[in-house]
Design a protein around this ligand. Structure first.
Ligand code: NAD
Length: 249
């Protein structure tokens, strides 16, 4: 049995991948969640080549059975589950009038339903491990509104308050539930679902970031690693911005 085990959804790219690699460096056996077997295998290889332990839990988080199956895979391979990082997410860039039912459903079923079901499935396993942590990758759009992001803001707002509700319900069991709320991060998502060039996207975002810098996923992963272990044992129900000052206005 591994000493500590973390399941990371959306771990085949961006912030999720950075979290998987970072937690493995901290000694967690990591279950790499993702839809693409090749990409998940690459992350497993990266972790094992560095001396860590990793396995996969393939599937779509929007599939109602994914959470239970992923937790079962973690328990089956590593014998326990201590930490869940919910990083899988999608974005759609439209105001409310421009958002179709299909796009609304795509965003909510991944960002909210998938996160909820995976968290629900993880609770008994984390409880059986004697406590642990759930960390949701939310967004500054879970704390403040954003233009042309109606469904995405709705989904991340739901994550903000689900984080608080679950923290209250499970604090006495030693299960902490926190969210990190990144501003712009240099991943596929920042540039997706839009016609602007990479440079235009960067300039638009930089204009709004007091620190004048766009980080990569590894900086978010540092905060996640802190929330995953006892260094943060009194941090619970928090939605921590990591945004270079964006939401300080
Ligand atoms: N990049 C940013 O600027 C930014 C800012 C704030 C919050 N976030 C959040 O960070 C999280 C990670 O995004 P990222 O920036 O690393 O972008 P990304 O596109 O690289 O990562 C998203 C990951 O989620 C996976 N995914 C999407 N839908 C899925 C599904 N239905 N089932 C399983 N996996 C699915 C994708 O395959 C991908 O690996 C998301 O929740 C996103 O909302 C990103």
């Amino acid at each position: 049995m591994a000493e500590r085990v973390a399941l990371v959804t959306g771990a085949t790219s961006g912030i999720g991948r950075a979290c998987a690699v970072r937690l493995a460096a901290d000694g967690f056996a990591v279950v790499v969640g993702g839809r693409d077997a090749d990409r998940a295998g690459e992350v497993v290889d990266e972790i094992t080549t560095a001396g860590g332990t990793a396995s996969t839990a393939l599937g779509d988080v929007a599939d109602p059975g994914y959470g239970d199956a992923a937790v079962a895979a973690a328990l089956g391979t590593h014998g326990r589950l201590d930490v869940l990082v919910n990083a899988a997410g999608v974005i759609t860039r439209a105001d409310a009038e421009g958002t179709t039912d299909e796009e609304w459903h795509r965003v909510m079923s991944t960002n909210v339903d998938g996160l909820f079901r995976t968290s629900r499935a993880a609770l008994p396993a984390i409880r059986a491990a004697g406590g642990g942590a759930i960390i949701n990758i939310s967004s500054t759009n879970g704390l403040v509104g954003g233009t042309g992001l109606a469904a995405y803001c709705a989904s991340k707002g739901a994550v903000t308050n689900l984080t608080r509700a679950m923290a209250l319900d499970h604090a006495a069991e030693g299960i902490r539930v926190n969210a990190v709320c990144p501003g712009a991060v240099d991943t596929h998502m920042l540039y997706s679902e839009r016609d602007d060039t990479v440079d235009e996207v960067r300039q638009m975002n930089l204009a709004d970031i007091p620190e004048g810098r766009i980080p990569d996923g590894s900086e978010v992963a540092e905060l996640v690693a802190f929330l995953a272990d006892d260094r943060s044992r009194h941090v619970n129900g928090a939605n921590l911005s990591i945004d270079g000052g964006y939401t300080a206005r």
